[in-house]
Design a protein around this ligand. Structure first.
Ligand SMILES: Cc1cc2nc3c(=O)[nH]c(=O)nc-3n(C[C@H](O)[C@H](O)[C@H](O)COP(=O)(O)OP(=O)(O)OC[C@H]3O[C@@H](n4cnc5c(N)ncnc54)[C@H](O)[C@@H]3O)c2cc1C
Length: 436
């Protein structure tokens, strides 16, 4: 066993990568990050041709709190000698492939990252966390859990998962060779839309694509200024201070702020449908089925029969298909490797870890041994949690907590929006007429 670490990171997706990049600028803490994958890869199973980032490239790993870091997206462009060409390309949205290459470049260059190392088990000996790998162990004072989200498979789909039914996280490997003429895509978010567009562009004539969404229509991401205020540290701090039931209710109302379809993808789908219908272009047939909820799925041989409720007219409908793509999203679950700590972690009534403002899980261990959880706080820190938007700020919060000092200056002035009466009282005298 080698010397103990100040922090061990489990998983190296963009979120722990951001923390590693922020820590790279700080002398002192001994940190290491581990991932089971052989090398960095950002959602490779959804890297379909033409897919775009839904976030500004300025919301990169570091920029928002550490603009002079060598690990910014701009630094990547300069290092790869494509700064001017990138500007001239004038992308409305950055290709996801480009952002993935940026992330991989940072991952290749940070010395604290170790790939091909799955954390099998984490226990606590009263002073240190002990991380067990296949053939070694490491001790660490603090952990940062960056294991991402698990694909969500609805209960009705579980019995059919396999060759002809798969989650969107595997789409790039399977979509081109999908078996079956009638393909059902379930899910009205960005992944569902990207898969439908891909099929509309590539599936041969004679294919029938059905697209189901529980939402009342195929709805756009709300990317307007006041909605984007939900993706600011100011909002996250106010949100975290709310009572738990109120947070859940708030998140339920904010679906389209984080999980709608990019307008460019909606337009591309609509234009392709137009070409196929009116301009004599050969391609697949389409059934667009918004406001449908799948109630049941029966399998007979290779055929699947879906039973759905139509939320528009209240009717019950059935539809047959040969293949199923589930674009049904992802959710957080505590990873298996933390089981030895299970009883000691404070969980909410839905089994999710209770997170303090600094993203550490509340537990019964010593206060200076923390488990920071990234991407686990949709219901504690709000809808920005699973997005890239605030990763640089969240990492800076965690660095400050780890260092026990204000290494990053995260103070911010009062905002336009008075989320609470407190916000109103914080305004300069005369700036607001609101009586709280
Ligand atoms: C297709 C897709 C596109 C997206 N596009 C955007 C976007 O444009 N804008 C935006 O804001 N957000 C986007 N998101 C949301 C979010 O940015 C990503 O999901 C992001 O990858 C989350 O990062 P993460 O670090 O939490 O997890 P992940 O990227 O999932 O990484 C987790 C890592 O943990 C590793 N791991 C897990 N368990 C262990 C273990 N026991 N030991 C070692 N390693 C382990 C895994 O191998 C994996 O590499 C997108 C999400 C998806 C699915």
């Amino acid at each position: 066993m080698t010397e103990s670490l100040d922090l061990a990171g489990i998983g190296i997706g963009p979120f722990n990568l951001s923390l590693a990049a922020q820590l790279d600028s700080i002398a002192g803490p001994e940190v290491r990050f581990f991932d089971r994958k052989p090398q960095f890869a950002w959602h490779p199973g959804m890297m379909l041709p033409g897919v775009e980032l839904q976030t500004s490239f300025l919301k990169d790993l570091v920029m928002a709190t550490n603009p002079t870091s060598p690990w910014s997206f701009i630094a990547y462009l300069v290092a790869h000698k494509r700064f001017y060409e990138f500007l001239n390309a004038d992308f409305e949205a950055v290709p996801r492939r480009e952002f993935a290459r940026y992330l991989a470049w940072v991952a290749e260059n940070l010395p604290t990252l170790h790939f091909g190392r799955e954390v099998r088990e984490v226990s606590f000996d009263g002073e240190f966390f002990k991380l067990s790998f296949d053939s070694e162990e490491r001790l660490a004072r603090n952990l940062s859990l960056g294991v991402g989200l698990a694909p969500h498979i609805p209960a009705w789909a579980e019995p059919v998962m396999g060759d002809r039914a798969f989650h969107s996280s595997e789409a790039a490997y399977i979509l081109d060779n999908i078996e079956g003429r009638r393909i059902m895509v379930v899910g009205g978010g960005q992944s569902g839309a990207e898969i439908v567009l891909n099929l509309l562009l590539n599936a041969p004539a004679g294919t029938e694509i059905s697209w189901i969404s529980r939402r009342p229509n195929f709805q756009p991401l709300d990317d307007t200024p006041f909605t984007n205020e939900l993706f600011t540290p100011n909002y996250v701090e106010r949100f975290h201070a709310l009572a738990e039931p109120r947070r859940r209710a708030t998140v339920a109302h904010q679906k389209l702020a984080g999980d709608g379809i990019s307008t460019s993808t909606l337009c591309a789908i609509y234009r392709r449908l137009y070409e196929l219908r009116h301009l004599s272009v050969e391609g697949p047939q389409t059934n667009l089925l918004p406001h449908r909820e799948v109630l049941d799925l029966a399998q007979e041989g290779d055929e699947m029969r879906f039973v759905m409720r139509n939320g528009f007219d209240g009717g019950i409908e059935t539809l047959d298909a040969d293949a199923l793509v589930l674009a049904t999203g992802y959710s957080f679950a505590l990873p298996e490797c933390l089981s030895p700590l299970g009883e000691r972690l404070a969980l909410d009534e839905n089994g999710l870890p209770r997170l303090a403002a600094d993203f550490s899980i509340q537990w019964d261990g010593p206060a200076d041994c923390r488990i920071f959880a990234l991407n686990a706080g949709r219901f504690s820190h709000g809808i920005a949690e699973p997005q890239l938007s605030l990763m640089a700020w969240r990492s800076a919060m965690i660095v400050n907590a780890l260092m026990g000092q204000r290494h990053f200056d995260l103070e911010h002035p009062a905002h336009f929006m008075y989320w609470t009466g407190e916000d109103n009282r914080a305004q300069p005298a005369g700036a607001s007429a609101l009586r709280a």
